[in-house]
Design a protein around this ligand. Structure first.
Ligand code: AMP
Length: 156
């Protein structure tokens, strides 16, 4: 199969790796915003998560396979986002994108918070759900703490 990516002059081309809950959501959003999106997953059933309005391309295959990435025309991508359920896969795909294809923006999801800072040094932005969730919960608790105190303060 050969994919033709017809890029409009100012359009960005984004490759999303992993059509799980996060990847499908992201691909739907980018597509709804009018971007050129291609999403890769090794399980073709995963593409069922895409919305009926998804206007991008899908590619079935292992995202650590260089032939698959070339089929996805990785060299034309402005951004690659690796969000499979495997840190190793996300790191490998992100490193291939940065080192071999010099993709400008590369983002990888990492479940393991301890690996996060290592990959920043390679020019790979990392998203760690555990850290993001902890920060958000802390924020909610702080805000709740402030508002919980308000009625008491008012009553004094
Ligand atoms: P989730 O667990 O909802 O984040 O989904 C992760 C997705 O990543 C699943 O649809 C997997 O099939 C997909 N996935 C895992 N490993 C690979 C890989 N090496 N190449 C492509 N897709 C993968």
């Amino acid at each position: 199969m050969h994919l033709l990516i017809a890029k409009k002059p100012d359009d960005k081309y984004t490759i999303v790796i992993g059509c799980g809950r996060l990847g499908a959501n992201l691909a739907n959003t980018l597509s709804d915003e009018g971007g050129n999106v291609l999403i890769i997953d090794r399980d073709k059933d995963a593409f069922r998560k895409l919305s009926p309005s998804f206007g991008g391309l899908t590619l079935t295959g292992d995202a650590t396979d260089i032939d698959i990435l070339q089929e996805a025309q990785i060299s034309k991508a402005d951004t690659l986002v690796a969000v499979t359920n495997s840190d190793n896969t996300n790191i490998m795909a992100a490193q291939i994108a940065r080192e071999l294809f010099q993709i400008k923006r590369v983002i990888a999801r990492l479940y393991d918070p301890e690996r996060e800072c290592v990959y920043r040094e390679f020019g790979i932005a990392t998203i760690c759900p555990a850290i993001l969730s902890a920060n958000e919960i802390d924020k909610i608790l702080s805000e709740a703490g402030i508002s919980d105190n308000d009625p008491e303060e008012e009553g004094q």
